[in-house]
Design a protein around this ligand. Structure first.
Ligand code: XIL
Length: 376
């Protein structure tokens, strides 16, 4: 139920307010106005509320430029872009400082938006001394397992009741091939580290929805990496690992190929067919793909429309999160691998917080949840 339509209901309580509600665009008589009604202007958050979906953004801190201006008006969910990663919470193993992460969790609570927890177990951004402590231990596998167990219990326990969802394991696949990544976790614990992480997260926070988050180069069902990922999901399901959903990163970063509505929706459907929920967790679309064309803004908006529409068209897809609020503050411009193509301008707001064409295309794509338009 959207906040807008709730307000409309309350507004009907008295005649005086009914008059005011007409003026506010709530519509007359018994039918409620909705974001798909011509002439009714909605924000992304309102349209997402109405569609029963999430439209979120990654944020670094509540005081970052753009956050107050867009949460909760435009986004009904937030993810910590970095603050909840293991090495950001604990520079060295076991020495937790929750200050930055708590500020985001409290901000989400104060604004009444959902908080996605990102991420408990990932090969990157680890405590600086984790590797050495493990390698120097008498029994490295056992030591790492103890560290993992303690970390998941501490962090998922800390945010229990605040984080509605956790990306429990991030990027289990290798960045260069289709097999599982030979991370510290995999090398010492094997694939079992994934199962154990989910089981431990379920114990630490039984209410949270537990997700496996991954990035892809291609979304084609014939792609090796996609097949390897789907096979992993099937194995987890067969072992009754408590996994609720899959986070699909969707960084169109200027290097990896673009996709189409049809291909992307088939990919989401393949995950849904395994009985899992889905979220698009880290969407951004670099304008650098389209520089040689005439209208990069429109081309970017078309891809946003394809991705958001595909999610809206698959009932198991719960929502979309963009990886940043505005173009002046995107990881693509500062990350060495992608910086050569800067400025990427990959987000929904420009650096002055003006809504881009991609914002409006995403907005109308959300309506497809209610209309259930199929693959086009
Ligand atoms: C990125 C952040 O955006 C950067 O600020 C940081 O320097 C590196 O990590 N996949 C993920 C995210 O799951 O956590 C990454 O975030 C982007 C790729």
């Amino acid at each position: 139920m959207g906040k807008g339509s709730l307000m409309c209901r309350y507004a009907r309580l008295t005649f005086v307010v009914i008059v005011a509600s007409f003026a506010a665009g709530c519509g007359g008589g018994l039918s409620e106005s909705s974001c798909s009604t011509p002439g009714v202007e909605c924000t992304l958050a309102q349209a997402a509320d109405e569609a029963g979906m999430w439209f979120g953004a990654a944020i670094e801190s509540p005081s970052q430029f753009g956050v107050e201006q867009t949460v909760p008006s435009d986004f009904n969910s937030v993810t910590a872009e970095n603050a909840m990663k293991w090495g950001e919470l604990a520079r060295t193993v076991g020495n937790y400082d929750f200050t930055r992460a708590d500020a985001i969790a409290q901000f989400a609570e104060a604004k009444g938006v959902r908080l996605r927890g990102h991420t408990l177990v990932w090969r990157d951004q680890l405590p600086v001394d984790l590797r050495d402590k493990v390698l120097n231990a008498v029994d490295p596998a056992r030591k790492l397992d103890e560290f993992l167990d303690d970390h998941i219990a501490t962090v998922a326990g800390h945010f229990a009741g605040q984080a509605e969802v956790w990306d429990v394991v991030n990027e289990p696949l290798s960045a260069v091939g289709a097999s599982l990544d030979r991370s510290l976790f995999y090398r010492f614990l094997g694939e079992q580290f994934i199962d154990d992480s989910f089981r431990r997260a379920r114990i630490a926070d039984p209410e949270a929805k537990l997700y496996l988050n991954e990035f892809f180069y291609s979304y084609a069902l014939t792609d090796d990496r996609v097949q390897s990922f789907l096979a992993l999901l099937a194995r987890l399901r067969d072992r009754e690992v408590p996994i609720d959903g899959v986070g699909v990163q969707a960084h169109f970063n200027g290097i990896t190929p673009l996709t189409t509505r049809s291909e992307f929706q088939k990919f989401l459907t393949a995950i849904a067919n395994l009985g899992l929920s889905i979220e698009i967790t880290e969407l951004d679309v670099s304008e650098s793909y389209f520089r040689s064309g005439t209208n990069a803004t429109a081309a970017q908006a078309a891809l946003y429309r394809a991705v958001v529409g595909a999610c809206a068209g698959v009932p198991a897809c719960r929502g979309i999160t963009v990886w940043g609020i505005h173009d002046g503050d995107t990881w693509l411009d500062t990350t060495p691998l992608f910086a050569p193509n800067a400025p990427h301008r990959p987000l929904l707001f420009d650096s002055l917080l003006t809504r881009k064409t991609a914002y409006y295309e995403s907005l109308s794509a959300l309506a497809e949840r209610n209309n259930q338009i199929g693959i086009r």
